[in-house]
Design a protein around this ligand. Structure first.
Ligand code: PGA
Length: 243
């Protein structure tokens, strides 16, 4: 079976109801995309975005969920709540969660199990810091994150992996093609299911998307800043369709 492709947008802590117009524009410009298109807005926008996207091919995801099914966790959100609001996916283990909230691999794995229990597809993020790359530790770090963040039972149907070098996120810097190819080849070889979709993330934009999508074992992208504007993200979707 050939692998599928996915253009995923991570809005992070950006987006108010006024931005739903961007989403309507994206859906109108791509009524029948030949690749998966996923938007992960802040949780407050999931339900209204699901409403705005009714009938379109664009799917929705959360940006995090709690490992517990429910309970006394003020300010947190459960996988069931995301699914109830219209999400089919959830980003887990993003480097900003790992850095800002001290999330380690075991916690990420627990969240992945919680997501699966609600039928959500986990988009699990991995990536080295610049210091780790400079120290020659990239593949060791990725290997440890892969082994620690994916619970037993991860398959191409319930999990997507996003390789996101921390130093490339929001910086306008991207690894060279060989560096991306090396990590993706490693992930292809070591992922629990070789059919798992492997996304690249970190400063993907309409200008560099085609080159990145031409790299072996890159099945799509997780896009932050360039996913906020329909015109930019639409170009990335088109680049993936043409890859
Ligand atoms: P960026 O973010 O595209 O703005 O670099 C990517 C991400 O963090 O998912």
């Amino acid at each position: 079976m050939s692998r599928r492709k996915l253009a995923a947008g991570n809005w992070k802590m950006n987006g108010l109801t006024a931005q739903l117009d961007e989403v309507r524009a994206l859906a109108a410009a791509h009524p029948a995309p030949s690749v998966g298109v996923l938007l992960c807005p802040p949780a407050t926008l999931l339900a209204p975005m699901a409403q705005a996207l009714r009938g379109s091919a664009v799917t929705l995801g959360g940006q995090d969920c709690h490992a517990a099914a429910k309970g006394a966790h003020t300010g947190d959100i459960s996988a069931a709540m995301l699914a109830d609001a219209g999400a089919t996916h959830v980003i887990l283990g993003h480097s900003e969660r790992r850095a800002d909230h001290g999330e380690g691999n075991a916690e990420v794995a627990a969240k992945v199990r919680a997501a699966w229990a609600q039928g959500l597809i986990a988009v699990v993020c991995l990536g080295e810091t610049e210091g780790q790359r400079d120290a020659g530790e990239t593949l060791a770090v990725i290997g440890a994150q892969l082994a620690g963040s994916l619970p037993d039972g991860a398959t191409a149907d319930n999990t997507v992996i996003a390789y996101e070098p921390v130093w490339a996120i929001g910086t306008g810097r991207t690894p060279d093609g060989g560096q991306i190819a090396e990590v993706h080849a490693f992930l292809r070889k070591n992922a629990p299911d070789p059919a798992m979709m492997l996304l690249y993330g970190g400063s993907v934009n309409p200008t560099n998307a085609s080159d990145i999508f031409a790299i072996a074992d890159v099945d799509g992208a997780l896009v932050g800043g360039a996913s906020l504007k329909a015109a930019d993200f639409g170009q990335i979707v088109t680049a993936l369709e043409q890859a």
